[in-house]
Design a binder for this molecule. Structure first.
Ligand SMILES: C[S@@+](CC[C@H](N)C(=O)[O-])C[C@H]1O[C@@H](n2cnc3c(N)ncnc32)[C@H](O)[C@@H]1O
Length: 343
């Protein structure tokens, strides 16, 4: 394992009081040189600029001097040389994550919110995470654990670790005291770096989380939460079956979230026509105490998955109840006779 050694890249020189949590000072107060500001015009079009002393934002309808924005309070309205107005706002974390430099797909803000809440990421928690990718999820996890917590992020590719470090340091205005990033494969490195049973939460966003099962079971404390973010149903199924077969975890729960924006204009109040239809699935489980056998949930219909089922895609293997020939013959007779069920 090697510690990634990218230099810190703080874009801002925040006026910190010393008593504030990391990153808080640069999220408050008047606009400063070096920070990004979102300008929204009268038609709702948005541009993001980085404030420079003497800089200008040019459009085909006049320009706006950066000096006219520097020193104004967040949420000001400014006017350019041609009389056009812009609303100026400091970007939020959700804006930053969707526009920051990225090498891999990022965890969207809607999923990051779910992960922080449903994995119970609390201030002071000891959390391990892989892979880091562009660092979007790391930022939310750091906000969750706070300065007094601990986040150890593992990433197998140095280029990604470098991008993530840059993004984390931009949003927090410098290095975060709770963050450690290590290069290498999570399943090999985490057991060398963390004491057995010492980690409160494990967060995985990678191709093959089932390969990490043993390592997770080793480092996670009894009752600790393991959450996985996976992009496809096949990864979801494989991870869930591996967790069940292992026996050291609770029955896993899976879900996805969809966020549909609404158009709000006078009486035209309706869902937006477009939305992000799919990002990923979440799968959560908890570490049982050492030596404890998992509670087997009683099911109404007994479904057993053999290796053959998992590879064969039979109706039973996807949880469908078998339909008897007799029932089918009766349904066919009813269909021919045009009979319908009573409402
Ligand atoms: C989709 S990206 C993670 C995105 C990240 N969560 C974010 O929000 O920006 C997946 C990352 O996992 C890394 N990865 C895959 N398997 C890994 C492993 N076993 N150990 C460490 N990193 C791994 C990949 O190199 C890639 O950067």
């Amino acid at each position: 394992m090697t510690e990634s050694s990218t230099p810190a890249s703080s874009a801002l020189a925040p006026e910190t009081t010393g008593a504030e949590p990391t990153g808080a000072a640069i999220r408050r107060g008047p606009f400063r040189v070096g920070e990004r500001v979102q300008l929204t015009d009268e038609r709702g079009r948005m541009n993001t600029i980085t404030l420079e002393a003497g800089g200008a934002f040019h459009t085909h309808k006049g320009f706006l001097n950066h000096d006219a924005v520097i020193g104004l309070p967040d949420g000001s309205v400014v006017t350019n040389t041609a009389g056009h107005q812009y609303q100026a706002l400091r970007p939020l974390l959700s804006d930053f994550v969707l526009s920051m430099p990225r090498g891999a797909a990022v965890v969207y803000p809607k999923d990051a919110g779910q992960i922080v809440t449903m994995a119970d990421i609390f201030p002071g928690a000891r959390v391990v995470e892989a892979g880091v990718g562009s660092g979007a999820l790391s930022i939310s996890l750091l906000r969750g654990v706070g300065d007094g917590g601990y986040l150890h992020s593992f990433e197998r590719r140095k280029e990604f670790a470098d991008i993530a470090r840059g993004n984390v340091e931009t949003i927090f205005g410098g290095p975060h005291p709770a963050w450690r990033i290590s290069l290498g494969d999570f399943q090999e490195e985490v057991v060398k770096a963390e004491e057995p049973g010492s980690v409160d939460r494990v967060v995985l966003d990678m191709l093959a989380p089932w390969e990490c099962l043993d390592a997770v079971a080793t480092v996670l404390a009894p009752g600790g939460v393991w959450i996985n973010y996976v992009a496809t149903a096949t990864q979801l199924s494989r991870t869930a079956e591996a967790i069940r077969a292992d026996g050291r975890f609770t029955e896993p729960d899976a879900w996805e979230s969809m966020v549909r924006g609404w158009h709000l204009e006078g009486l035209a109040v309706r869902p937006e026509h477009r939305m992000v239809g799919h990002t990923g699935f979440l799968l959560v489980t908890r570490r049982l105490a050492e030596g404890v056998a998992p509670l087997i949930r009683k099911k109404r219909a007994k479904t057993e998955f053999s290796e053959e089922d998992l590879n064969a895609w039979t109706p039973e293997s996807v949880g469908e109840r078998p339909v008897s020939d007799r029932k089918l013959r009766r349904a066919a007779r009813d269909a021919r006779a045009g009979r319908q069920d009573e409402a």
